[in-house]
Design a protein around this ligand. Structure first.
Ligand SMILES: NC(=O)c1ccc[n+]([C@@H]2O[C@H](COP(=O)([O-])OP(=O)(O)OC[C@H]3O[C@@H](n4cnc5c(N)ncnc54)[C@H](O)[C@@H]3O)[C@@H](O)[C@H]2O)c1
Length: 267
């Protein structure tokens, strides 16, 4: 059994459930945290209900932990009041708690929506500057900078995963580029728990033939995706997003929502 003590935030969510199942019984401690119910603790698990917006409780949450997988937060576009609490204050509190507790590393669930205003025909990498497609995407770009502050200034290794579409299988043409299989998601987080890095931003994407993202930084760290969305192409290729903006830019449906910009500026 691995001697690491892991904290998983957002443990009641979709991705949290995948990791909880994959990590069961593998670590000295798996501390699961969320505001939503998480069921009963299994062997090696600890359940801690905690609102990430509450700095004091988050500090206690991080105590005695070696590595954090930070999935907790709002994963969709909404108003600033909610995003400020869960995604902005939540991520600051989490890193601040990690610093107080002497945590070695944090794997931060960023999002492809941190860079969703790039056109589909532009190949970008984790080193490309953010181009958020929404308030939500901006909270993820901010989280990547929080990660840099705590890596370079406070010595907490930080791996930011700009997750594409983590689904059992691709559900439309866009996902042929953005799909992250459940198995590859687990493999990428495992890399984050063991690899040697300071601050990296990589894409959470399978080895898709049609990927828009240069993920060589993830490969350098040891990520070896086993899945490729292409095997579903015949099934989903005809399922296109509804608007031209959504079809042409990486953020998909997030791009046309509230769009009031100039298309010619987007490239
Ligand atoms: N699922 C994807 O394909 C995908 C893509 C890009 C990024 N992400 C990111 O990955 C993470 C997990 O995504 P998911 O699909 O499992 O989302 P989810 O909504 O299923 O899970 C997120 C969890 O965070 C919890 N949460 C929200 N606000 C909180 C708060 N203030 N305090 C404590 N817990 C709080 C929710 O209760 C929920 O259980 C999110 O940060 C999301 O932005 C996911």
């Amino acid at each position: 059994m691995n001697s690491q003590r892991i904290l998983l935030t957002g443990a009641a969510g979709r991705l949290g459930g995948i990791l909880r199942q994959a990590f069961a019984g593998r670590f000295q401690l798996l501390r699961l945290s969320d505001v939503a119910p998480m069921g009963a603790a299994g062997e090696g698990e600890e359940i801690v209900t905690c609102d990430l917006a509450d700095a004091t409780t988050v500090q206690v949450l991080c105590e005695g932990i070696d590595a954090i997988v930070h999935l907790g937060g709002i994963p969709y576009e909404t108003g600033w009041p909610e995003l400020l609490q869960s995604n902005i204050a939540g991520t600051i509190n989490l890193y601040e708690g990690a610093r107080h507790a002497g945590v070695d590393r944090v794997i931060f669930a960023s999002s492809n929506h941190a860079s969703g205003m790039y056109p589909n025909d532009t190949a970008i990498s984790g080193e490309s500057p953010p181009r958020p497609d929404s308030r939500y995407g901006l909270t993820k770009a901010f989280g990547e900078d929080v990660a840099a502050l705590y890596a370079y200034k406070h010595g907490i290794r930080s791996l930011c995963l700009r997750i594409g579409s983590c689904l059992p299988k691709p559900d439309n043409k866009r996902a042929l580029s953005t799909w992250l299989s459940h198995g590859d998601f687990v493999r990428l987080v495992e890399v984050g728990l063991t690899a040697d890095y300071v601050h990296e931003i990589v894409y959470g994407v399978s080895g898709n033939t049609r990927s828009w993202w240069d993920n060589s930084a993830a490969y350098r760290l040891g990520y070896e995706p086993r899945d490729d969305a292409e095997i579903y192409a015949a099934e989903v290729e005809a399922i296109e997003l509804g608007t031209e903006l959504a079809r042409q830019y990486q953020g998909g449906n997030f791009v046309p929502e509230e769009f009031s910009g100039r298309k010619e500026w987007l490239g």
